[in-house]
Design a protein around this ligand. Structure first.
Ligand code: ADP
Ligand code: MG
Length: 747
């Protein structure tokens, strides 16, 4: 793609404007045109200033009479107060910001004497009517007379993601300067004409015009639809190409042993203390079939917490070991890797004490290889991996990037890591002479279209049932400001411990004096058209988040817990200390473990029956569900106490109550999606793909994604190399490039 869209903004708009945009990451004309409006201010009828009703959305034509900036005494921050008039009535306009600099854009435009159309919702302050952060279009400058201003004001006004330095009106002007002179030839369209025709879509240029300069609301909606389609189409075409390429790739077939020559898998199955669930058997058969083929398996296994994914993975690994290969199991943290190694050794028993791979003894070895191992242990593990003595090597993702040699790596299992994206899979494939088989496991239920978008090149299996004889979990909400309930909470913990069980206590942060950032609230107050966060009274009234170190001290002094060992676990501890804390809790040397969400994924201590979560209302639903899955894993019933500071009736309170009512992970995931916005969904489910998806909403646009996928698959089937569709091929290449870079930076 070369041509006008590749031109630098510094050249098109001048060095000063161009440099300001560059600071926002907008370097070329194409970058700017892909900087889509966040929303649109819909035009209202012009309202008579004598008739402004409280709470109504109005647009008034008026002249600026005064404009003053002053600091706010009580709250900190600054306030721009503007008074506009139609000659008879006066109306106040109010803009808040943290710093005077953020108001400079408004100040520069709202000078006394200028006329414009101002739109916003009428509120009252000390009896006076006002508009807070109104949208506005000025007469003069952009538009020379009142008629033109009215015409402009009758169109939806695009509102751009902006910064203090480049407010939305300057972005709008820059976009128009770049966009208006473009012709169809200047704007290559990755969606081929025949696909456009059958889906009833306008050209890319037309879509850009509708999105950036709509005459009506229908315009920008149609423009957005077309651009969303394009995002879905390019992505699905890329994934279809990957699938096609993978189908050509070679892998070593690892078929199961025949019945008359059983191996370690058969012996393991015979020694299992429980029977596999129907789901575990069915998924196991699919995986066994995949492994028997000379093409790399690419499978995602999703199953709720406690659905028994580990055994499924272990059986797959044993099939590979039986066939003479090795398997690697990757965990997201060293704590989890160490735990997995322990679990696998325990499950395998004597089978994990084998001699050499393929020797007369059918057993094998499980090696743990993490960065924090002492040098000698590390050397041994490296040797066992390289010689093939260890049929199973457990570690973190560092296993892939470090210089770890395998004798014959046949299968990689990635646990609790749905963020294991396309690029990581590529890195993995580069590891051996032929690609190893791959099994990705996640407990986060992923809606179909998210799976299609993020893992479009994987087959998906699900474990939908949880093994029987689980005693279940009871969940209660505990109001943090009720001392009697809090006292009862610690009594319950004591009772659990006295019955021979253990308890987790989860906090959102580590140190009591670190900033409250665990709520994930975007610090987005810089945007000039957004009411700053500190005006949100809700946030002000909340007590600070409880912290691991403070809570651990408090619990050691709590009479109900007298005599108990209270352990601490958090991400800032050195790995050896983390291991020791986990091991102490697993063995029962400590009975209460105060920790951050590091225990969120996969930690399995069957004796842990109770969990107390502080500030539960500040966590996401899925995360709480994951946390809760850590208890009630044995035969004793689990108890989860959600300590909440949420006021009744707020969305935060609704979240914790929902969790108290159901343990169905899929139901909760759906609720979570409804309560979050799309960005979070994608952010949580993918790695590095946000760069290419700007408008597409993976949940709401499910139908559109399916439609684009069908069109993309048909096109790639007919033209796998895309030689007849160079613009699409270029769009795919452009999309993958920045993602690669991002991946390399993280690695
Ligand atoms: P997850 O899917 O969350 O990783 P695990 O694999 O850790 O779940 O399994 C949770 C617990 O259930 C483990 O203690 C495991 O041994 C046990 N388990 C797995 N499968 C079965 C089964 N079919 N019957 C009974 N218990 C099982
Ligand atoms: Mg697990």
């Amino acid at each position: 793609m070369t041509g006008r869209l590749e031109e630098k903004l510094t050249r098109l708009l001048g060095t000063r404007s161009g440099a300001a945009l560059e600071k926002m990451g907008l370097v070329t004309a194409d970058d700017l045109l892909r900087h889509y409006p966040r929303r649109y201010a819909e035009p209202g009828q012009l309202t008579d200033m004598a008739q402004l009703a409280l709470g109504e959305h109005v647009s008034v034509l008026a002249r600026v009479a005064e404009a003053t900036v002053r600091p706010m005494r009580n709250r900190g921050g600054v306030l721009l107060q503007v008074v506009v008039t139609d000659g008879r009535q006066r109306l106040a306009l109010t803009f808040f910001a943290r710093h005077a600099g953020a108001l400079r854009g408004h100040e520069a435009k709202l000078v006394p004497g200028r006329t414009g159309v101002f739109s916003g919702t009428v509120s009252a302050y000390r009896g006076e009517r006002q508009l807070t952060h109104p949208d506005y279009v000025l007469v003069g400058g952009d538009v020379e007379d009142a008629d033109a201003a009215l015409d402009e004001a009758s169109k939806p006004m695009p509102i751009y993601p902006a910064t203090a330095a480049v407010p939305t009106w300057r972005l709008q002007r820059a976009v128009r300067t770049v966009l208006d002179p473009l012709t169809e030839d200047d704007v290559p369209d990755p969606v081929p004409a025949e696909v456009r025709a059958s889906a009833g879509l306008p050209s890319r240029l037309e879509a850009l015009r509708r999105v950036h300069a709509p005459a009506t609301a229908a315009d920008w909606r149609a423009g957005q639809h077309r651009l969303r389609y394009e995002e879905a189409f390019v992505l699905q075409a890329a994934l279809a190409q990957r699938r096609a390429a993978a189908a050509q790739e070679d892998a070593t077939a690892r078929p199961p042993r025949p019945a008359d020559d059983p191996g370690i898998l058969a012996r393991f199955d015979a020694s299992l203390p429980f029977t596999l669930t129907a789901g575990q058997r069915a998924v196991g058969t699919d995986i066994a079939d995949d492994l028997a083929r000379p093409r790399p398996m690419q499978r995602l296994l999703q199953g709720d917490v406690g659905s028994g994914k580990t055994v499924v993975a272990l059986r797959a690994m044993l099939q590979v070991v039986d066939a003479g290969g090795q398997a690697a199991l990757l965990a997201p943290t060293e704590v989890l890797a160490a735990q997995h190694a322990r679990t696998l050794r325990a499950l395998l028993g004597p089978l994990a004490e084998g001699g050499l791979l393929g020797g007369a003894e059918d057993g094998t070895r499980v090696a743990l290889l993490t960065g924090s191992l002492p040098a000698a242990a590390r050397k041994t593990a490296l040797l066992q991996a390289a010689s093939g003595e260890a049929g199973i090597v457990v570690g973190t993702h560092a296993l892939l990037s470090e210089h770890v040699q395998f004798a014959d790596l046949g299968l990689v299992v990635v646990d609790e890591q749905h963020r294991f994206g396309v690029e990581q899979r590529d890195a993995l494939r580069a590891k051996g002479r032929v690609a190893p088989h791959l099994l990705v496991m996640t407990a986060t239920p992923i809606p179909r279209t998210v799976a299609m978008t993020v893992f479009g090149d994987l087959e998906v299996s699900s474990l939908t049932e949880v093994p029987a004889q689980r005693a279940g979990i009871r969940t209660h909400v505990v109001p943090a400001d009720n001392p009697r309930w809090m006292e009862r909470t610690w009594q319950r913990v004591r009772e659990e411990v006295d019955a021979g069980h253990r308890a987790y206590v989860v906090c959102a942060r580590i140190h009591p004096d670190e900033e409250d950032d665990a709520t994930g609230k975007a610090k987005a107050a810089e945007f000039d058209d957004e009411v700053p966060e500190f005006l949100d009274g809700d946030a002000e009234e909340r007590p600070p988040l409880r912290a691991v170190l403070e809570v651990a001290d408090a619990l050691r002094a709590t009479p109900a817990l007298a005599g108990l060992e209270v352990g601490v676990l958090h991400g800032q501890m050195p790995p050896a200390e983390k291991d020791a804390a986990m091991a102490a809790f697993a063995s029962g040397a400590s009975q209460v473990l105060v920790s951050t969400t590091v225990i969120e994924v996969g930690v399995d201590v069957p004796e842990a029956t109770a969990m107390v979560v502080f500030d539960a209302d500040r966590f996401g639903l899925s995360q709480l569900h994951q946390l809760r899955g850590r208890v009630g894993r044995g035969s004793a019933p689990g108890l989860c106490l959600l300590v909440s500071t949420a006021q009744p009736g707020t969305p935060a309170a609704a979240r914790v109550e929902a969790l108290a009512e159901t343990t169905d992970g899929f139901r909760l995931a759906q609720l979570d999606l409804e309560l979050r916005n799309e960005g979070d969904v994608l952010g949580a489910a993918q790695s590095g793909r946000t760069s290419s998806l700007r408008l597409l909403r993976v949940v709401k646009d499910a139908d559109l994604i399916e439609e684009a996928r069908r069109a993309a698959v048909a096109l790639v089937d007919a033209d796998p190399g895309l030689s007849g569709h160079p613009l699409l091929a270029a769009a795919i290449a452009a999309q993958l490039d920045p993602e690669k870079e991002e991946f390399l930076e993280r690695a």
